[in-house]
Design a protein around this ligand. Structure first.
Ligand SMILES: [Cu+2]
Length: 245
């Protein structure tokens, strides 16, 4: 029995070591911000109306037609683009937030549609609908999942092990449901709002590559040079030539 106890303790120790990596101390006075503006040049592609007629309770949740939500552009400002630092952070280690990122299911839609999380951060799937949903995630670099949220108020929390932008979220019951989860190993990420903008705060002074991902428009890279107390402006544009239809 003594041998078994030692073996189990060793396993637990390995796990603990990885999670106990000490965050690199960063003096806030040495950091700046990156302000990213994402635009679409030209006429954005149309969004198809979702056909929920096969499931009456989903259709009943929407008195007016619902568009797919996969190409939200107003006055050239792109909503729901995922923005993150893709290179330049070197060996810096960052604390993993314990506050969960919440992805709800409301009216047979993911809310929000596009969301970011850090590696190891709790990601909570919630069902606010009165009907069953499942959430199927098939990342390429981490373990996949298929969780069932049978009742209103059901919730399930998981953690993604490796960075990946972006992981597709689907529901087998309602084939129009589509969400996206961007996972990175640092805190410098965000999703553009209706103003097409994301602000990354507390970025150590340095030069970085900033990635922008959009589910239909593709990806773009830009360079940002951050100075202590400064604000680096980054403008990224998609165009009709690069958009998937
Ligand atoms: Cu569903």
């Amino acid at each position: 029995m003594g041998v078994l106890a030692v073996a189990l303790a060793a396993c637990g120790g390995d796990e603990g070591t990885r999670q106990a990596r000490q965050p690199t101390p960063i003096d806030p006075a040495t950091t700046g911000t990156v302000e990213v503006a994402v635009r679409f040049e030209g006429t954005p592609p149309a969004m198809k109306p979702l056909n929920m007629s096969s499931v009456a309770e989903c259709a009943a949740a929407h008195p007016t037609p619902v568009l797919a939500g996969d190409a939200l552009v107003v006055d050239g400002k792109v909503e729901n683009a995922f923005v993150w630092i893709t290179a330049g952070l070197g060996d810096l280690v960052f604390a993993v937030p314990t506050t969960p990122v919440v992805i709800d299911q409301v009216g047979c839609l993911y809310v929000p549609r596009v969301v970011g999380a850090q590696v190891g951060q709790p990601v909570e799937f919630r069902n606010s609908d009165a009907m069953l949903h499942n959430v199927r995630g098939r990342p390429e670099h981490s373990s996949g999942w298929n969780v069932s949220l049978a009742r209103q108020g059901s919730e399930r929390t998981l953690r993604v092990e490796k960075p990946e932008v972006a992981i597709s979220l689907r529901c087998d019951v309602h084939p129009w449901m589509q969400g996206w989860l961007g996972v990175v190993d640092h805190p410098f990420f965000g999703v553009t709002g209706p103003d097409g903008r994301v602000t990354l705060r507390g970025v150590p002074a340095g030069t970085y590559t900033v990635g922008v991902w959009h589910e239909r428009f593709g990806t773009r890279d830009a360079t940002a040079s951050v100075t202590a107390g400064g604000s680096a402006q980054v403008a990224v544009a998609f165009s009709a030539a690069g958009a998937a239809n």
